[in-house]
Design a protein around this ligand. Structure first.
Ligand SMILES: C[S@@+](CC[C@H](N)C(=O)[O-])C[C@H]1O[C@@H](n2cnc3c(N)ncnc32)[C@H](O)[C@@H]1O
Length: 326
């Protein structure tokens, strides 16, 4: 069981009382859904993990390292690897757990490398990571000195993967909560830095998403926003008619210029575009730990500049912006 008291104490310090009132119910509801179907299987696998807590932990490396191979017997390591594989698919990482390399679908460390030298130092900051997946970047944020990191993600498998990594790591000021951004109360104004990476294009109303993100920030806080974008002029946006790279839930892909206008109109200041990268099939690919189709299967085999639907292939941009002091 995770002790949420340090989280409640911190939320109290930043006067996030409205969330403190909701959170116990939100956690209980998630626990409730964990008792059903696949989730029940994950919960019981989580409970039967070897009772070991690592003393060796490196959070500021490409592959998050928890435990050394020699901390576990060979039999326990084989068993741990077997259990970890019941939590397939592993999308975000990589991790090295007691010598077991979890080679995830994504090299999430590459995204971190693109932004880490551009963001305000995270030392002693209270950080929110919206749509954090299994929490890979949350650990990197903690490794970069954050006082506390709160990740939110509605997908239970992500939350469970995080919980098992946290179990092996031991107590730390990092949480991944099973909720979507729309479940946060309005007007929190609690966090020093808010990350939203890979979420904007999944929201039906991207402007509302930006306003929700701003609403989570303290005055003077920093937003780090990463999204799929298209080549195009100011004002241009692609709305796929159906799927995009096989994903059903993609709504709006703006050009970088358009996204900068959106940020400006939502009241952000000092808006900077710090990176644009076309996603490669070295960064996102099928592996032993994610055996489903991946990027290569979603592109046009004759022209990898296009998705299989004939739309521009995935390109991602990272923006940093300030929430004004007043
Ligand atoms: C493309 S992944 C990005 C993961 C991670 N942030 C990264 O950049 O590698 C998008 C994540 O957003 C989560 N998500 C979807 N809808 C959300 C919502 N309404 N609120 C918060 N997260 C959401 C998904 O479950 C998924 O884990």
């Amino acid at each position: 069981m995770i002790d949420y008291q340090p989280l409640y104490n911190t939320l109290l310090d930043v006067k996030a009382d409205s969330w403190i009132k909701l959170l116990p119910r939100q956690l209980a509801d998630a626990l409730d859904s964990l008792r059903h179907g696949n989730s029940a299987k994950w919960q019981s696998a989580l409970n039967s993990l070897p009772k070991v807590t690592a003393t060796h932990r490196i959070l500021d490396a490409d592959s998050i390292q928890i435990g050394r191979p020699e901390d576990l017997s060979e039999a326990d390591r084989v068993e741990l690897e077997r259990q970890l594989k019941t939590f397939h698919p592993w999308r975000k990482g990589p991790y090295n757990l007691f010598g077991i390399e979890i080679d995830t679908e994504w090299r999430s460390d590459w995204k971190w490398d693109r932004l880490k030298s551009h963001i305000s130092p995270l030392n002693q900051r209270l950080v929110l990571d919206v749509g954090c997946g299994n929490g890979y970047h949350c650990w990197r944020m903690l490794g970069a000195g954050a006082k506390m990191v709160v990740g939110i993600d509605p997908l239970l498998l992500n939350v469970i993967q995080f919980q098992l990594i946290r179990r092996l790591h031991g107590e730390a000021p990092v949480y991944v909560l099973p909720i979507g951004i729309e479940e946060l109360p309005r007007g929190l104004k609690a966090f020093d830095t808010v990350f939203s990476m890979g979420v904007l294009y999944h929201r039906r109303s991207p402007i509302d998403h930006l306003l929700e993100l701003r609403d989570c920030l303290q005055p003077g806080g920093e937003l780090v926003l990463e999204s799929l974008v298209i080549e195009g002029k100011s004002g241009e946006v692609l709305m796929p008619e159906g799927r995009y790279a096989r994903m059903r839930n993609v709504w709006f892909l703006p050009s970088c210029e358009t996204l900068m206008i959106w940020l400006k109109r939502c009241g952000f200041k000092n808006i900077r575009l710090i990176d644009v990268t076309t996603t490669s099939d070295e960064e996102q690919r099928s592996t032993e730990w994610m055996q489903f189709h991946s990027l290569k299967d979603f592109l046009n085999p004759e022209n990898p500049q296009l998705t299989c639907e004939g739309l521009p292939a995935p390109k991602r941009a990272i923006f940093i912006a300030d929430n004004p002091l007043r």
